[in-house]
Design a protein around this ligand. Structure first.
Ligand code: HEM
Length: 139
């Protein structure tokens, strides 16, 4: 991890805590994500939402840990998500991850009262690291 990346850590952690304060972060994320494309809505047509929101809360925590802590459990979570989202399983293509990331960034900007361009850049770098690990298992 570079010095710049290490410097991001308290900023991203504090931003994430502010995002969770409202209690509607995951509802708002999924609302934005589902509205981003009919392809997304189609994938989630049979979803049990309370369970899904909880699983994403855990996975997002793991994505942050995967970037900053090089956590083995987090790396395993990335691999497991990569397998369930692979071509042979749910077939989640790269364009859907682009929508996922843009929806997440919109939701963070709306929820974090101290949001800035620098924080946006940090969040993108952290999330892209996890997304790369997940999509590496697509084929
Ligand atoms: C980095 C981004 C993502 C993360 C961290 C993530 C995380 C998760 C997790 C933890 C689960 C539940 C456990 C599992 O099946 O592995 C899940 C399920 C699912 N994800 Fe993702 N996901 C991501 C991106 C996407 C994208 C881009 C789509 C595209 C539409 C998607 C669609 C789904 C669907 C359809 C399910 C199953 C929902 C159900 O049970 O009905 N995910 N995801």
């Amino acid at each position: 991890m570079t010095a710049i990346a290490e410097d991001y850590r308290p900023k991203v952690e504090a931003s994430y805590r502010r995002c969770l304060l409202s209690g509607t972060f995951f509802d708002d994320f999924y609302q934005t994500f589902l509205a981003s494309s009919p392809l997304v809505a189609e994938k989630f047509r049979n979803t049990a939402w309370e369970k899904q929101k909880n699983l994403l809360r855990i996975a997002l925590r793991q994505m942050v840990d995967y970037y900053f802590a090089h956590d083995e459990a987090a790396a395993q979570t990335m691999a497991d998500i990569g397998d369930s989202h692979s071509k042979a399983m749910m077939n989640i293509t790269q364009e859907l991850y682009d929508l996922w990331l843009e929806s997440l960034m919109t939701t963070i900007a709306e929820h974090d009262s101290h949001y800035s361009d620098e924080l946006g850049k940090a969040w993108r770098e952290v999330m892209n690291h996890g997304i790369a690990a997940i999509t590496a298992r697509y084929e």
